[in-house]
Design a protein around this ligand. Structure first.
Ligand code: PRP
Ligand code: MN
Ligand code: MG
Length: 179
């Protein structure tokens, strides 16, 4: 284990099992629909990659990059589009894929933005949720795990752009982000 890691919060085995379960559910729910998965860069890239290989119906994939945190640990509340979609989504069934929901500011902005482009439906699939930190209510169609208000990294999630490659979701040692 890396020296900055306090402990593993969600293991790679748990992540694998949950990803399979959600993928199977999506495959049933979206049968016959025009499914488009939209990964929110950068954090969602690992979850999206594992998730799509557990979905066995036709789908399209696109990405958006928005910034709400920058390099700080606190949300600024300002959402900026850094990379927009390549696909047109009119009449399609959109599933936004996120690694983690914290304040909900990023997601609530994205949902209304995508709805305004004429999507048939816009739903959210998040791996992790920190319900204690919510500032805006967002409806989650699929959720992997509720987690406590701890600073987590790994499986796509960063601290100052580091640790995204860890195979488990881990809690960072406090001294790492408070210094
Ligand atoms: C993190 C996380 C979510 C968002 C959640 O992304 O991946 O996208 O913050 O926060 P919120 O619910 O308070 O809006 P971040 O902005 O750190 O970018 P990254 O995915 O590139 O790390
Ligand atoms: Mn993100
Ligand atoms: Mg981040």
């Amino acid at each position: 284990m890396q020296k900055d890691i306090e402990k593993v919060l969600v293991s790679k085995e748990q992540l694998e099992e949950k990803t399979k379960e959600i993928g199977k559910q999506i495959s049933e729910d979206y049968k016959g629909k025009k499914l488009v998965l939209i990964g929110v860069l950068k954090g969602a890239f690992v979850f999206l990659g594992d998730l799509v290989r557990n979905i066995d119906i036709p789908l399209e994939i696109d990405f958006m990059a928005v910034s709400s945190y920058g390099n700080s640990t606190e949300s600024s509340g300002v959402v900026r589009i850094l990379k927009d979609l390549d696909l047109t989504i009119e009449g399609k069934d959109i599933l936004i894929v996120e690694d983690i929901i914290d304040t909900g500011l990023t997601l609530s902005y994205l949902v209304s933005n995508l709805k305004s482009r004429g999507a048939n439906s816009v739903k959210i699939c998040t791996l992790l949720d920190k319900p204690e930190r919510r500032k805006i209510d967002v409806e989650l169609k699929y959720k992997g795990f509720d987690i406590p208000d701890e600073f987590v990294v790994g499986y796509g999630i960063d601290f100052s752009e580091g640790y995204r490659n860890l195979p488990d979701v881990c809690i960072l040692k406090e001294e790492t982000y408070s210094k």
